[in-house]
Design a protein around this ligand. Sequence first.
Ligand code: BG6
Length: 479
Amino acid sequence: IPVDPFDLVIFGGTGDLARRKILPGLFRRFCAGQMTRDSRIIGAARGDMDETAYRDMVREAIAEFGPSRSEACAVEDFLSCLGYVSVDARGDDGWCDLKSALREEEGIVRAFYFSVGPSPLKKLAERLRQHGLAHDEVRIVVEKPFGHNLASARALNEELARHFDESQIYRIDHYLGKETVQNLMAVRFGNMLFEPLWNAQYVDHIQITVAETVGVSGRGSYYDKSGAMRDMVQNHLMQLLCLIAMEPPARFDPDAVRDEKLKVIRALDPVDPDQIVRGQYTSDGAMASYREDVENAASKTESFIALKCYISNWRWANTPFYLRTGKRLSDRASEIAVVFKETPHSIFGIDSGRHRNVLSIRLQPNEGMTLGVTIKEPGPGGMRLVDVPLDMTFAEALGPDAEEAADAYERLIMDVIRGNQTLFMRGDEVEAAWAWTDPLIEGWERRGDSPKPYDAGSAGPDDAAFLINRDGRRWRRIK
Ligand code: BG6
């Protein structure tokens, strides 16, 4: 279904995120007929560039990062919706040009995407107001990192609130736009099957893994100040945790969902230092070490983290949640695994053992879900039990289009245009997440802890395995 026509200004319109994700994503929405030809995308950045040069840049970005099967004519049609304005966020240059590039007609949604990092945000928000570009219907999209800690996130929220109402602010966490993540809500709240078992009585523990093979990907100066905790746990893993653990919202609407997520974050216990393992990758000969990548020979920043936490409420009391994420691991694999308790008693004799069901929700690759169930091993060998997966790989179940249609950014941008904030973080959620992570980070900084080395291409430091093994459990294989 096409969205309303829009004027979308991308500050940071020549940057990496715009080239890799935002513009190719919008192109896909254009091909799908969701973005119509009467919409405009205006790249805005400091550099001087004319419209033709900008369109050339976007053409290349689409060739490199866009859909594999794009037709040349569709690309040219899409490019004709694009403009470029050189704007100085800190000064006054370019703002009049930007104003004249925007349409004042009724029915045209106006959105500003701040794909610029936190430092120019305040100025940009001020300038938009000063130059009369931000009327009350305008939407702004803010990228992570949203602050560096609670104090800076709060300051940023206050700053934005001076110029915009909360209903106009779309804080992106692109994990919320992933197909499987949305499906998680459909599975939990669209079926009778799972919800009665979704609690401490039946669930043994939950694992959330986001494993990456990439290193810091040329973003060393940002990453070395953040580390895995700030870069991944405070936002992406926390959001996954919320969706897994939250109570059913009364409606699938923004505040109903976000209220429930917020309650989860607020119910998180502080984590003891001995329940956190931080790691840093070392060179495996072929690939550089973390310290080489970030050009900081003394860096104590973690590129890997594993931790165990608890949510203190009726549903989850005493159920461990194990979280882990890291760079330069053996495989790219993200999964949430709900590990159910063992059957209380085996009627099939000692040999068959006691079995657990595991619901695995895979974010990438091969998005989908599998439910491990125990059945009888086929054949005449007696009552021997085996675990087999009930498999629902989305690409197989929904056909080849499922894969092509599914980038998180494009989905979320369409939600901005539709005015749907359900999959965006509210200011209080972000602050609550920092309020939980800050003391953990301050703790290891105060103690001067060094991360444990791990080989690039491995599954992380050995201590991460001990963290879970000492509880009589084990991590699921990354692969
Ligand atoms: C970003 C982080 O938010 O998410 C990156 O800053 C990380 O460090 C990326 O690599 C992972 O996203 P995805 O969609 O590739 O899992």
